[in-house]
Unconditional design. Structure first.
Ligand code: 6CS
Length: 313
């Protein structure tokens, strides 16, 4: 059979590289075919998720920034200053965390989805038209975020005016100056040419971009044991591959941006400046618990325990 797999990016971006590796492993080890649908072929993220839930798609990659409207707890990955900055700790967390291997699968299953993998896509940077070093300097600045209430709360706490938009509207909104900036990992700022409509790229060290791959649950449950094992093998190989693939990707992306637009400014805020954003956004944790109740509170506690376990790895 041909399995349909939708992603939120192009084939040469991180989700596309992951999906391509998955397809290779499936097709090398079975008669199944995988058809990958890049961003733009099936609609925006919310449309694609409906198709995955309806079983029109067998596989889908969707980031918590969009899944949060369906599964509010998924927004735990958007919480600022929770995930560590050290790459080896991040990788350890994504492969071993109980929150990912035990807690989230049940929440996704409730929505008809089999959670297969969560993986990081790089450190999030903020693009703007003017430099800023404090929440006060972001006052009145319209920053696009994915359509997540938690991201809205986060950017309010950062002093900005958060503007939730689906991905397809972002470039145009930057071009027409409806918004002044947005946040994304460096590879995406480069590959989508958002640097062309940006003057400053700032690292405040607040988060990494997380994404999730899932299958339609009825489809997955209906697979033979051999096919389920094959899907798990392809997921494990693609996850290893994508963690390795991303080594050095941020630096390569910075070099490409500098070459294409020499006047662009890169700012990495020093620890004392980051502290102001960290403190300003501390109440976002309570907002998350408000949005998700006991279930979210348990997830947050488990995630903190998992991160403690990842320390020094
Ligand atoms: O900002 C967004 O909406 C998009 N960012 C990335 C890195 N992947 C897909 C997502 O839609």
């Amino acid at each position: 059979a041909t399995w349909k797999y939708a992603i939120e990016e192009s084939l040469t971006e991180v989700q596309g590289v992951y999906a391509t590796k998955f397809k290779e492993v499936i097709e090398a080890n079975s008669d199944h075919k995988v058809q990958i649908y890049p961003f733009g072929t099936l609609g925006e993220s919310v449309d694609v998720m409906e198709q995955a839930q309806a079983g029109i798609l067998q596989f889908v990659d969707q980031s918590p920034g969009f899944t949060g409207s369906l599964i509010p707890e998924a927004q735990v990955f958007l919480m600022p200053y929770v995930i560590p900055e050290k790459q080896s700790e991040i990788n350890y967390f994504f492969k071993n965390s109980k929150v990912i291997t035990e807690h989230f699968p049940a929440l996704y299953a409730d929505k008809g989805l089999e959670l297969l993998s969560m993986f990081p896509e790089g450190r999030v940077h903020i693009t703007t038209q003017a430099p800023f070093e404090s929440p006060a300097e972001l006052n009145g600045v319209k920053i696009r975020v994915m359509t997540s209430p938690l991201l809205v709360e986060t950017y309010k706490s950062f002093g900005a005016v958060p503007t939730p938009l689906p991905w397809g509207e972002v470039f145009g909104a930057l071009q027409t100056k409806m918004i002044q900036g947005q946040e994304n990992p460096m590879f995406f700022i480069e590959s989508t040419k958002m640097y062309e409509v940006t003057e400053v790229i700032t690292d405040i060290g607040h988060n990494i971009f997380t994404t999730a791959v899932m299958a339609n649950k009825d489809f997955y449950d209906g697979l033979s044991d051999d096919d389920q094992a094959l899907v798990q093998k392809a997921i494990a190989e693609a996850t290893d591959y994508i963690l390795d693939y991303q080594q050095g990707l941020e630096d390569e992306s910075i070099a490409k941006i500098k070459a294409a637009k020499p006047r662009i400014q890169f700012v990495s805020l020093a620890e004392d400046k980051r502290a102001a954003f960290r403190e300003a956004s501390a109440p976002v944790k309570a907002k998350f618990v408000e949005m998700t109740g006991q279930s979210g509170k348990a997830i947050l506690e488990q995630m903190e325990a998992d991160l403690q376990d990842a320390k020094g790895k």
